[in-house]
Design a protein around this ligand. Structure first.
Ligand code: UGA
Length: 422
């Protein structure tokens, strides 16, 4: 099938490359020339394990263009994969979704036969039916009556394992308000053996938010229990290690530490809180999850303060990416940690195996070290912010370490060691 992907960011590029791997003919639409140039050369536009190889291996089936109208006009399906960042009120900013929907509509004008527009972007419930579909219909002059379907198919791809997540999903959610749209998505995903959930577009939109909200709440719950454990002199990881053996609870997303970052959890929980506020029903638990999360960096710095006194000290920061396996620093916990260190009068020396270039754009003024070992040996104390496996290979002996992620080697070898929740 010929498929257009609008937006070659994390979701679009991975979805496009994986659909090409399945044998479809893909045209990736992006207005950023640098992104297109990388794709044309057979490179991933950002770091994602396995993505570059998948793009290179499928280049004959992967076109790249800035010409949205032609790409969409010539495609049986169009995936809408543009960003929905937070606006100042915490709501999902739908301006890119609105603009892309109108442009897709124009691209579809004059076409005939069955066409399906698939919303992949994370959007508030009701957006596909009330924003995207009307814009596509207005631009194209078409509707469900003559074969145009607008459906919602949320993505559950984690950065760092997105390619694997695409091919081995836990479930596929098919949000469609008309049978033809549902059928088109069913046909696309026929090779997958995981459970499929068929629902309305609004339900599908909510499934995505609810999934991220639930996972974020789990992390904050682990952190709240963790903070309590710390005050009681109990090791939170030991406690949670026993808690997760309860089959009703399970082991994932209960890693107590510095909290969650990235381009999804913080923004999606904020969007739900804003939505709940606008509906007058409130979302106290979700607000609290954000509050607990926002508090963790300061808790780490308070521990450091007690151990060394921050003002005038040279402090090392290990890890800048929002999690290991990515060079993405969006909403990374390293941002408030570094800002807090600077506010408290420290000089900061940082290292990350992948994310230093990206972090330099946020904090150009701090020192960047070529290796983690250099950070540890050349500073008065070190804080661990991201759990990169390479940090387990460093000698911390004689050093002071305050750990936000539980680095066993640091715990075993540092002269002074303090964990945020243990
Ligand atoms: C998340 C979801 O896991 C995906 O299913 C979803 O598709 C994606 O958002 C999205 O909405 O696009 P991602 O942000 O890539 O994926 O990363 P996660 O692995 O979920 O981690 C999010 C944050 O939670 C990271 O900062 C991580 O360090 C933190 N975390 C995770 C913890 O602090 N503790 C844990 O136990 C687990």
């Amino acid at each position: 099938m010929r498929i257009a992907i609008v937006g070659a960011g994390h979701v679009g590029a991975v979805t496009g490359a994986c659909l090409a791997e399945m044998g479809h003919s893909i045209v990736l639409v992006d207005r950023d020339e640098r992104v297109r140039e990388r794709l044309v050369r057979g490179e991933a536009p950002f770091f994602e394990p396995g993505l570059g190889a998948m793009i290179r291996g499928n280049l004959p089936r992967l076109e790249t263009t800035a010409d949205l109208a032609t790409a969409v006009g010539n495609s049986r399906m169009t995936f809408l994969c543009v960003g929905t960042p937070s606006n100042r009120r915490g709501e999902a900013d739908l301006s890119a979704v609105r603009a892309a929907s109108a442009a897709i509509g124009e691209g579809l004008s004059g076409t005939s036969g069955p066409r399906t527009v698939v919303v992949k972007s994370t959007v508030p419930p009701g957006t596909t039916a009330e924003v995207v579909r009307p814009a596509v219909e207005a631009g194209s002059g078409r509707s469900a009556a003559d074969g145009l379907s607008v459906v919602m198919n949320p993505e559950f791809l984690r950065e760092g394992s997105a390619v694997r997540d695409f091919f081995l999903p836990d479930r596929i959610v098919i949000g469609a308000d008309d049978p033809a749209g549902a059928e088109a998505l069913e046909a696309l995903y026929r090779p997958f053996s995981c459970p499929r959930v068929r629902c309305t577009t609004a339900t599908a939109e909510m499934v995505k938010y609810a999934s991220n909200a639930f996972l974020a709440v789990r992390v904050s719950c682990a952190n709240e229990i963790g903070n309590l454990c710390k005050s009681l002199g109990i090791d939170a990881h030991e406690v949670l290690g026993a808690v997760v053996l309860d089959g009703r609870i399970g082991p994932r997303f209960l890693g107590a530490g510095l909290g969650f970052g990235g381009s999804c959890f913080p923004k999606d929980v904020r969007a739900l809180v804003a939505l709940a506020g606008s509906l007058g029903c409130g979302a106290r638990l979700l607000s609290a999850a954000l509050e607990v999360n926002d508090r963790q960096p300061a808790a780490l710095l308070d521990l450091l303060e007690k151990r060394v006194g921050i003002a005038g000290r040279r402090i090392g920061v290990l890890g800048l990416a929002f999690k290991p396996g990515t060079d993405d620093v969006r909403e990374s916990r390293a941002i408030p940690v570094v800002q807090g260190l600077l506010d408290r009068g420290a000089r900061v020396v940082a290292h990350d195996p992948m994310a230093m270039e990206q972090f330099r754009q946020v904090h150009p003024g701090i020192e960047y070290a070529a290796s983690a070992a250099e950070v540890v040996s050349g500073t008065d104390a070190t804080v661990i912010v991201t759990e990169w496996p390479e940090f387990e290979g460093i000698d911390y002996s004689g050093r002071i370490v305050v750990d936000g992620r539980r680095c066993r080697r640091a715990e075993e070898t540092a002269a002074v060691y303090e964990g945020i929740c243990w």
